[in-house]
Design a protein around this ligand. Structure first.
Ligand code: AMP
Length: 407
């Protein structure tokens, strides 16, 4: 699927108020941004709109805002980072009301090429739990500030929130355009091409903690890939379903039948499905504890599987060697503990060496792992959206994409 949606290249924004939904949901520690990737990802769209003479109004959520508006989840640090990166003033509307008088005033004073950043959209309540009417009221207030709406928040595109999708009907009602930005376009192009029209062999690597959170992804990808590699905590449910003994490892008993079903589906479709052949085990869930390698499915009752073993690393690296398209989502082990990050590192290293393949990293933990290991620039594309890229791989339509006008 390539994106048949209007983008910022298809509209004239000169002199217009352009509301851009970005994904500025950045990690913060003591008020400092610890990873600026999402801000960097938003820059091409913002810079294009500035250059074209738009009045650029940015909005985003940040964090979960569980206990109501608070300074710790204010977008103020993002405004400062943006100002430095854009090399121009970014007027931050700190008002917790987001779309209130302060915002209206700031927007009314904008000139072409100016940038305003609104406060955290979730300060108006969790957008998804709002009654429809309240969500609509907020969506309308957002639309009232603008003439045109640009969705560039891939990380939120799977949510039908007021600032992601709700706003579009009010923009349409006043004759405005709803389009996607460059980041959305890039994400959908890469993920879409990989899944719908991959250069083969197409290999998908799935890891992370749970089978239950990746059911639809496994099911959908089995219709597309040549090889499916399973690692991480979720592999133990497959190992047990395969008749193995996995001790205290993470297992979802309710999904054993599903795992069997998926292995049968792979066989019926001629998809090579790889599960670990050896495992690094411990007796305790921590980094500083003795560990050793056992054959997969041969764990003691008190053994806990923490990572794929060395033979599995070789097996997986070998399966990746000839790949022309690779999609990876989820770590191979408890990579937060250095002793159990080896499997994840091995996969990242192998992908970094594939110069003749399209390598796509789903967001979340695998993106963090690849970036932290310094392999970020060796991958073709690192998605900025964990949940959104997963839903995309499930074959679902994303509300943030659907809401944009067709070309
Ligand atoms: P997910 O959010 O489902 O992608 O899972 C990511 C998490 O899975 C990371 O925090 C990993 O520590 C965890 N994980 C990976 N392998 C294992 C394992 N063998 N046992 C427990 N947790 C794991």
């Amino acid at each position: 699927m390539s994106l048949n949606k209007k983008s910022i290249d298809d509209i004239n924004v000169k002199g217009k108020r352009v509301l851009v939904r970005c994904d500025f949901n950045v990690p913060l520690k003591d008020g400092k941004i610890t990873d600026e990737n999402r801000i960097n990802g938003a820059l091409p769209t913002i810079q294009k709109l500035i250059k074209d003479g738009g009045k650029v109004i940015l909005c985003s959520h940040l964090g979960k805002v569980k206990n109501g508006p608070n300074e710790g989840e204010s977008l103020a640090p993002v405004a400062a980072a943006l100002e430095a990166k854009l090399g121009q003033k970014v007027t931050f509307v700190a008002d917790y009301n987001v779309t209130g008088e302060a915002a209206t005033k700031a927007v009314s004073e904008m000139k072409e090429g100016d940038v305003v950043l609104l406060q955290n959209t979730r300060f108006r309540g969790k957008e998804e739990t709002k009654p429809q009417e309240a969500g609509d009221a907020f969506a309308k207030e957002l639309a009232d500030l603008a003439d045109v709406y640009v969705c560039d928040a891939f990380g939120s595109a799977h949510r039908a929130h007021a600032s992601v999708a709700g706003v579009t009907k009010f923009i349409t009602a006043k004759g405005g355009e709803n389009v996607v930005g460059y980041l959305m376009q890039k994400e959908i192009d890469f993920l879409g091409k990989a899944v719908e029209n991959p250069v083969r062999p197409f290999v998908a690597i799935l890891g992370g903690s749970k089978v239950s959170s990746k059911i639809s992804v496994i099911n959908n990808l089995l219709d597309k890939v040549d090889t499916l590699i399973i690692g991480g905590g979720m592999s133990y449910t497959f190992q047990k379903a395969h008749g193995g003994h996995v001790g205290q490892s993470l297992v979802e008993e309710d999904y054993l039948d599903y795992a069997k079903e998926m292995m049968a589906k792979a066989e019926a479709k001629g998809v090579k499905m790889l599960i670990p052949v050896d495992t690094v085990v411990t007796k305790e869930f921590k980094n500083d504890t003795p560990f050793h390698v056992v054959e997969a499915g041969c764990q003691e009752d008190d053994d806990m599987g923490m990572d794929i073993g060395p033979k599995t690393c070789e097996l997986y690296k070998d399966a990746l060697k000839d790949a022309k398209t690779v999609v990876w989502n989820g770590p191979m082990g408890v990579f937060e503990f250095p002793n159990f990050a080896k499997g994840t590192i091995a996969v990242a290293e192998e992908l970094a060496q594939l110069t003749d393949a399209t390598t796509i990293i789903g967001g979340g933990d695998s993106a963090a792992a690849v970036n932290n290991l310094g392999f970020g620039d060796k991958m073709t594309h690192i998605s900025t959206g964990g949940g959104a890229s997963l839903e995309f791989l499930e074959g679902k339509e994303l509300p943030g994409v659907v809401a944009a006008n067709d070309k």
